[in-house]
Design a protein around this ligand. Structure first.
Ligand SMILES: Cc1ncc(C[n+]2csc(CCOP(=O)(O)OP(=O)(O)O)c2C)c(N)n1
Length: 257
């Protein structure tokens, strides 16, 4: 499960581009029938347990999903993504405490992108290393460059393996950056162009492409792959645009008689 910035996570978990885009558009063909919207993508078939709009609110829910896995003994591991801003929220502390106390198979992944909306880390955290919070609970921790695709894959796999084999949680902090504003309405005036450009040099997509080229991956194959991705997204956008709007039916709305 992830935050409101969950579109990529949903796709990575196996939700198709079409229902994700349709959900963003509030269309009936969306994975939540267009009623969840951008922040609440959810898909039972792939066990993608949601986007959440309440900062940090999903951390205890992740602990609950991990508790269910432990209780059933089904070998599943819960992965929970959140921002460094969420680490100042009560739900984060509660989820962390329970995960450690009950030794729940959960990997708590803090995507530290340096800003909570317009607030930089140094103005919101007394200790900027979020992963250190694990120490207070005797929990395993890790912290690394989140813009290195291979490193992310390896190190998260280690934490998942720990959860699966020992049943123990890990708090992982991946250090990254947000290139755009917090949302569509945020021009990001609280940071300099130079800072953004500096981080853009670490763009994980470009770095990954460069690395693949260095190890001999043919340029044509990479270009073809990128063309496939572009076509898939264009198809999903068209699908979403052509789909009917979500039903207006909301069970909790009391209709005037
Ligand atoms: C409990 C709660 N408080 C405030 C907000 C408003 N809000 C939405 S996003 C956000 C910033 C969160 O920053 P961070 O956790 O670092 O995640 P990021 O957006 O950087 O990925 C805030 C304060 C909210 N959605 N929920």
């Amino acid at each position: 499960m992830a935050t409101y910035r969950e579109h990529g996570h949903a796709y990575a978990k196996g939700v198709a581009a079409r229902p994700i885009l349709a959900e963003l558009y509030g269309k009936k063909t969306g994975c939540v029938k267009g009623l969840g919207g951008s922040m609440h993508i959810f898909d039972k078939a792939t066990n993608f347990l949601g986007g959440y709009g309440i900062v940090g609110g999903h951390v205890p829910i992740a602990a609950g999903a991990a508790f269910a896995a432990k209780y059933r003994g089904d070998g599943r591991v819960a992965l929970c993504f959140f921002g460094e801003g969420a680490s100042t929220i009560g739900g984060f502390a509660e989820g962390l405490a329970l995960a450690a106390l009950w030794k729940l198979p959960v990997v708590l992944i803090c995507e530290n992108n340096q800003y909570s909306m317009g607030t930089p880390v140094y103005r919101s955290l007394a200790v900027e290393d979020v992963s250190l919070r694990a120490l207070a609970h005797g929990m395993a921790r890790d912290r690394f460059d989140g813009d290195d695709v291979i490193k992310v894959k390896r190190r998260i796999a280690e934490a998942i393996d720990r959860a699966r084999t020992t049943g123990e949680p890990t708090l992982v902090e991946v250090v990254t950056y947000r290139f755009r504003g917090h949302s569509m309405s945020d021009p990001g005036l609280y940071r300099t162009k130079e800072e953004v450009e500096e981080w853009k040099r670490r763009d994980p997509l470009n770095r990954c492409r460069q690395r693949l080229l260095e190890i001999g991956f043919p340029t044509e194959e990479l270009d073809a792959l990128e063309a496939d991705v572009k076509a898939e997204i264009e198809d999903a956008v068209k699908f979403a645009e052509d789909s009917p709007a979500a039903d207006e039916y909301l069970p909790y709305v009391i209709k005037e008689s």
